[in-house]
Design a protein around this ligand. Structure first.
Ligand code: DX5
Ligand code: ZN
Length: 231
C-alpha cells in the first residue's frame, strides 16, 4: 500500500533538492543520510528511459530502497517518452512527487490527472526550448512546474543563461493562476547560478554535481541555500 505524499504545499521558502544522479552510488546510503542531516528539503531522482533522453538511469527499485531509508520527500523526475507506463510503479515505490515532461508522447492532461488520482503530487516540466505558454492551461492540475535549465539527460552541464527568462515567464503564469505551485529549476545550479534562478522566481532548486562532486557536499548544500535569497 502506498504511503501518502509527504510534501507540504509550496510556501515561499526555498527548497533544495540534491540530485542523486551525481552521487557516488557505491556510497548512496551514506550520501543521502548526509544530505538529510545537512537540511536538504527533498531528494531528486532522475528517471531516464534512453528514448526521451539519450541516457538511462534509475528504476522504481531505487525509489523503494530510498523510501525505506530516508524521510526526505522523493521528487521523481520522469524523463521518459511514455510516462503512463511508469506512473503506477513509481507511485507504488513511494514517490512523493512525479514530474512528467510536456514534450512526452502521452496526453499530458490525462497523465497529470492519473498522477493526482493515485494520490501523488504532480509536476510538469519543460525543456529549455519549449514555449512556457503551453503551461498556462495546466496550472489547475499541477503542484510543481520544473523549468529545465539545461537540456535533460546528463548531470554536470552549465546553466543556460536564457533560463532566466523562461523562469520569469513561468513565475508570471503561476502568479496569474493564483495557485500555490512550486517553481523548480534543474540543471547547472550552484552557488553562483542559484541567486539568478531565485531572483527570476524559482523556489525549488535541484543540484547534482555542485553538491555531490564537491569536496565537501554538506558545505556545497549550505552555500547553495545561502546564495539563494529567500523570496
Ligand atoms: C539532468 C537532470 C538533472 C541533473 C542535474 O537531465 O534532470 O536533475 O541531475 O545535474 P546538475 O546539477 O549537475 O546539472
Ligand atoms: Zn532532474
Amino acid at each position: 500500500m502506498r504511503t501518502p505524499s509527504k510534501m507540504p504545499a509550496a510556501n515561499g521558502r526555498i527548497s533544495v533538492a540534491p540530485s542523486i544522479l551525481s552521487a557516488d552510488l557505491w556510497r548512496l546510503g551514506e550520501e543521502v543520510s548526509q544530505m538529510e542531516k545537512a537540511g536538504a528539503d527533498w531528494l531528486h531522482v532522475d528517471v531516464m528511459d534512453g528514448h526521451f533522453v539519450p541516457n538511462l538511469s534509475f528504476g522504481p527499485s531505487i525509489v523503494s530502497s530510498l523510501k525505506e531509508k530516508t524521510a526526505l520527500p522523493l521528487d521523481v523526475h520522469l524523463m521518459v517518452e511514455e510516462p503512463m507506463l511508469f506512473i503506477e510503479p513509481f507511485a507504488e515505490a513511494g514517490s512523493d512527487l512525479l514530474t512528467v515532461h510536456i514534450e512526452s508522447k502521452d496526453e499530458v492532461v490525462y497523465v497529470l490527472e492519473s498522477i493526482k488520482k493515485i494520490g501523488v503530487k504532480a509536476g510538469i516540466s519543460i525543456k529549455p526550448d519549449t514555449d512556457a505558454a503551453l503551461l498556462e492551461p495546466l496550472t489547475d492540475l499541477v503542484d510543481l512546474i520544473l523549468v529545465m535549465s539545461v537540456y535533460p539527460g546528463f548531470g554536470g552541464q552549465s546553466f543556460l543563461p536564457e533560463s532566466e527568462y523562461q523562469i520569469k515567464r513561468v513565475r508570471e503564469i503561476i502568479t496569474r493562476s493564483g495557485r500555490n505551485i512550486w517553481l523548480e529549476t534543474d540543471g547547472g545550479i550552484n552557488p553562483q547560478t542559484a541567486p539568478m534562478a531565485v531572483r527570476a522566481g524559482a523556489d525549488a532548486l535541484v543540484a547534482g554535481s555542485a553538491i555531490f562532486k564537491a569536496a565537501d557536499p554538506v558545505l556545497a548544500l549550505k552555500q547553495i541555500r545561502q546564495a539563494a535569497p529567500e523570496i
